[in-house]
Design a protein around this ligand. Structure first.
Ligand code: NDP
Ligand code: GDR
Length: 348
């Protein structure tokens, strides 16, 4: 029997890698997309096959996490074996500007989706995209047993989602799990997150298209892994016998300065000459250090990440240089074959 999955947030970084992974595993994949006045499907265009074609395995549905009735209808129609809730207003800095919208999408959106599962009466496994931001001010190393201390409207909204997912597991005996994922990046990372902002700037500065880059706090430490590997971990969390929460992380933390050093150094440039400060990129409350302990995922899921922050920086710089040369939005330069299907390249 072909398995069916529903992915919210399929147009985002993780959604695109997860859709690739599940299609490669033979799943029928359904994705929730938001109606927008401009195209927002560029990360999954390479996977799309006209639904009239009998070989089509990817189906997209308009919907929004703010629209509960639509979620119930879709859940009943699709009847998925697995639901991955990746949709969110996911930018921490932006959550200070749009706290109410963030609460509605990143927090209340999760209960709408869980209720859609419950009310439609389907039997499904549910994955919630929880985050290392939950730890916030609690110092590293952080594991499944570390206390939470959220430091932004985003993290507070995700805290609600974390607990409500756990509550539905206990109250209704649902197979519902939290993946507590530390930062993971890729050539498909949104352009306003710090890694991609830096690697795009390196490519453009090297090509003479940009003079400098404005950044905020350079002292924070992050545990950066590679997104294509992390979606494999998400999938594995839904394949085990008992529902449990797992941390996915590399266990290696580096600062933004380290990431700058490696990224600019990779093309023979000194970052000090190009990086300028803009206080607009500071957060009212910062998360100083996140370094995860992925032991449980290693032991119980057999999940081991292979790419850490500094390698990731080089990989992303190479990808951004190639994308610039080819006039593409992003390009994957590493062979994903061991994790997903084939490496993909999208020219636009
Ligand atoms: P992105 O920001 O790249 O993608 C977010 C997705 O959510 C997009 O598809 C977006 O659609 C969709 N979305 C936003 N609001 C709504 C809404 N109201 N209704 C339906 N869809 C919506 O995030 P990532 O792929 O990086 O992350 C995936 C998930 O994992 C997020 O929940 C994020 O918070 C969480 N996370 C991410 C980590 C990371 O390091 N990347 C680490 C830990 C957790 P559109 O394209 O239309 O904007
Ligand atoms: P983060 O990622 O907040 O960890 O959330 P982001 O890349 O936005 O920030 C990381 C660190 O870099 C500092 N920083 C800047 N950040 C941005 N975006 N832009 C800048 O110019 C800049 N200058 C310095 C930040 O202050 C911060 O310390 C990501 C998101 O994907 C969340 O959805 C996810 O839950 C967490 O990772 C884990």
């Amino acid at each position: 029997m072909t398995k069916r999955a529903l992915i919210t947030g399929i147009t985002g970084q993780d959604g695109s890698y997860l859709a690739e992974l599940l299609l490669a595993k033979g799943y029928e994949v359904h994705g929730l997309i938001r109606r927008a006045s401009t195209f927002n499907t560029h990360r999954i265009d390479h996977l799309y096959v006209d639904p009239h074609d009998p070989s089509a395995k990817l189906f997209l549905h308009y919907g929004d996490l703010s629209d509960g009735a639509r979620l119930v209808t879709l859940m009943a129609e699709i009847n998925p074996d697995e639901v991955y809730n990746l949709a969110a207003q996911s930018h921490v800095r932006v959550s200070f500007d749009e706290p109410e919208h963030t609460a509605d999408t990143t927090g209340t959106g999760t209960i709408r989706l869980l209720e859609a599962v419950r009310l439609s009466g389907i039997h499904t496994r549910f994955y919630q995209a929880s985050t290392s931001e939950l730890y916030g001010a609690t110092p590293p190393p952080q594991s499944e047993t570390t206390p939470f201390y959220p430091r932004s409207p985003y993290a507070a909204a995700k805290l609600y989602s974390y607990w409500i997912t756990k509550n539905y597991r206990e109250a209704y005996d649902m197979f519902a799990v939290n993946g507590i994922l530390f930062n993971h990046e890729s050539p498909r990372r949104g352009e306003t997150f710090v890694t991609r902002k830096i690697t795009r700037a390196v490519a453009r500065i090297k090509a003479g298209l940009q003079k400098d880059i404005y950044l905020g706090n350079l002292d924070s430490i992050r545990d950066w892994g590679y997104a294509a590997e992390y979606v494999e971990g998400m999938w594995r969390m839904l394949q085990v016998d008992e529902p449990e929460d797992f941390v996915l992380a590399t266990g290696v933390g580096i600062t933004i300065r380290d990431f700058l050093e490696t990224s600019f150094g990779h093309v023979g440039l000194d970052w000090h000459e190009f990086v300028k400060f803009d206080e607009r990129y500071l957060r009212p409350t910062e998360v100083d250090a996140l370094i995860g302990d992925p032991t449980k995922a290693g032991d119980k899921l057999g999940w081991t990440p292979t790419i850490h922050g500094n390698e990731l920086a080089k990989l992303m710089v190479d990808a951004d240089i190639e994308a610039l040369e080819k006039g593409s939005e992003w390009i994957d330069t590493v062979d994903l074959a061991s994790w997903t299907s084939e490496p993909t390249l999208v020219a636009r």
